[in-house]
Write a protein that binds this ligand. Structure first.
Ligand code: PGA
Length: 269
């Protein structure tokens, strides 16, 4: 069995004001309008203050996500944003959880990520759980151990029914491959990690793991995107810098879609 869709999106991190985000999305929606009927899930994850403006744009099916979320509906958590607040916006489809910048720079733990995943699902969102090893973990050859811990803890108590509903996505993003100082990962290395993640999902959710798309991210650009999406166990790409203007997003998506179709859709699971 294969996942029937290609997943392709970007996280805008702490870039783009509300008006810039709206302009970006509007242009992107126009450029990719003809792809709406194709088996592609396009998504954009803006900053919190940009979400209302982004929600007001005609998006031609582009899904919107939030970059983070507290797991409680309300409480004494200064500076945090709750699931109720996101739901009230009425435009959020998914919540990104555990991006490496959250884990590395803000000390987010896998247990907290798990609380966020459970809360996101309970509130009707799709949970996009990010996992990835640091350069040191890779050096000590414990990448798979790190990924297994992040995945098992992150998905603790997530039911097979929720997995089957397709509302959990996983993004593998090696910390050392992300951002301006990141080094693109060798495709063979990415395939090995994705294969291990798929195996683990199969163990955790027998018969259901086909519902979980495995996205790859970290310095994806027009030079390496085809190689990544051509890998057997890569179902989509999660792009940063290379997709932050609409023509670049559109061109990269079309490039990736052509390769994805050529390989016959997403990998067997
Ligand atoms: P990058 O970001 O493509 O700019 O490396 C990827 C990410 O952080 O998701």
């Amino acid at each position: 069995m294969k996942l029937p869709r290609l997943f392709f999106g970007t996280n805008l991190k702490m870039y783009q004001t509300a008006s810039e985000t709206a302009a970006f999305l509007g242009e992107l929606a126009q450029l990719t309008a003809d792809l709406r009927e194709e088996p592609i899930i396009r998504f954009v994850i803006p900053s919190f203050p940009s979400l209302p403006a982004a929600g007001a744009v005609e998006r031609n099916g582009i899904r919107l996500g939030a970059q983070n979320m507290h797991w409680e509906n309300a409480g004494q958590y200064t500076g945090e944003v709750s699931p109720l607040m996101l739901r009230d916006l009425g435009c959020i489809d998914l919540v990104e959880i555990g991006h490496s910048e959250r884990r590395q720079l803000f000390g987010e733990t896998s247990q907290q990520c798990n609380q966020k995943v459970l809360s996101a699902l309970a509130n009707g969102f799709t949970a996009l759980l990010c996992v990835g090893e640091t350069a040191a973990e890779k050096y000590y050859s414990i990448s798979d151990e790190t990924l297994a811990i992040q995945l098992k803890v992150g998905l603790a108590d997530v039911s097979p029914a929720e997995i089957a509903a397709g509302r959990v996505w996983i993004a593998y993003e090696p910390v050392w491959a992300i951002g301006v100082n990141g080094k693109p990962a060798p495709p063979a290395y990415v395939q090995e990690r994705h294969q291990r993640l798929r195996l683990l999902l199969r163990e955790l959710y027998p018969g259901q793991c086909c519902s979980v798309p495995l996205l790859y991210g970290g310095s994806v650009n027009s030079e390496n995107a085809s190689a990544y999406i051509g890998l057997e166990d890569v179902d989509g790409l999660f792009v940063g810098r290379a997709a932050w203007n609409a023509p670049a997003f559109d061109a990269l998506l079309r490039q990736v879609y052509a390769v994805w179709k050529e390989k016959g859709g997403s990998g067997p699971c």
